[in-house]
Design a protein around this ligand. Structure first.
Ligand SMILES: [Zn+2]
Length: 283
């Protein structure tokens, strides 16, 4: 069923839980994620990458995800992830996205604010906006292992900017950089709980943790207590699907080019991962 991202996340936080968001490059993964959410009886977020939304086929995928979300027995949100281009944002919303991450985190501070405000004026009040403050290291779509120096220094959100940023952007959710990275962590991830705590006391809007793949369960569970109501997963989902396909491909090829069976393995891998993420974020 259709829901607003801010309502879904706020309701979860009130129960001490967070809502997982999964990048869906394709419909098979989305079916698996929604199936896992229906089994768990929990809401979930389907993320669409900006590179996907920038193509006509990608916009058709968004329309298909919209249909999947509306027909689901649990609340499902379709969100355009990490968008910087206003036309891509508008196209994605027209195709059926509920929510947009207007990501100006790589821009100078004032330009970041301006981007979110422009997104609001283009998309209107009905579209839920996430904004991001403090650039995350790494690549959202491809995992190469993070650069050590960049992760520790460049990625942190400046908590002193949070109140001003939230007030002036009007964003409903705030993605933060607290030692989390996109892609693979080099060694053990070191989340800066002190910075997260500092951010959480300065704003009442829900916080978002990107790059959750690789962060230990024990750490993720603590995040909801600091108002982190949305946690984005991508790398681990891809790792699991690619491993399953690599392992199963020869047998399915030999079994009469059994693509349908192979897609079933894809679904199972994504569904198991989504089930475990839903479980670890739920109180
Ligand atoms: Zn991200």
């Amino acid at each position: 069923m259709r829901t607003r991202l801010d309502h879904l996340v706020t309701a979860a936080l009130q129960q001490g839980s967070a809502v997982p968001a999964f990048t869906c490059y394709d419909f098979t993964t989305a079916l698996a994620v929604v199936g896992a959410a229906e089994d768990a009886g929990r809401g979930v977020i389907l993320l669409v990458a900006p590179k996907t939304a920038g193509t006509s086929n990608g916009l058709r995928l968004i329309a298909a995800l919209r249909g999947l979300a509306d027909a689901a027995s649990v609340p499902v949100v379709v969100q355009l992830d990490h968008a910087t281009d206003l036309k891509v944002m508008a196209d994605a919303v027209a195709a059926g996205a509920d929510s947009v991450l207007a990501d100006g985190s790589s821009l100078p501070y004032e330009d970041n604010i301006a981007l979110v405000r422009e997104a609001r004026s283009v998309l209107g009040a009905g579209v839920v906006l996430e904004a991001e403050l403090g650039g995350l290291a790494g690549d959202e779509d491809r995992a190469f292992g993070a650069d050590e120096a960049g992760v520790a220094v460049a990625g942190l959100t400046d908590s002193a900017q949070v109140e001003d940023f939230v007030a002036r952007t009007g964003a409903e959710l705030l993605a933060v950089a607290v030692g989390n990275v996109h892609g693979k962590y080099k060694g053990e991830p070191q989340l800066r709980w002190d910075v997260l705590q500092d951010i959480a006391v300065r704003t009442h809007i829900p916080l978002v943790l990107h790059g959750a793949s690789g962060i230990p369960v024990g750490e993720l569970v603590k995040a909801a207590a600091m108002n982190v109501g949305k946690v984005n997963f991508n790398t681990e989902l891809r790792t699991g699907v690619l491993s399953a396909l690599q392992e199963q491909l020869p047998a399915h090829r030999a079994d009469g080019e059994n693509l349908q069976g192979l897609l079933g393995r894809w679904n199972t891998s994504a569904r198991e991962f989504a089930t475990s993420a839903l479980g670890m974020l739920t109180r």
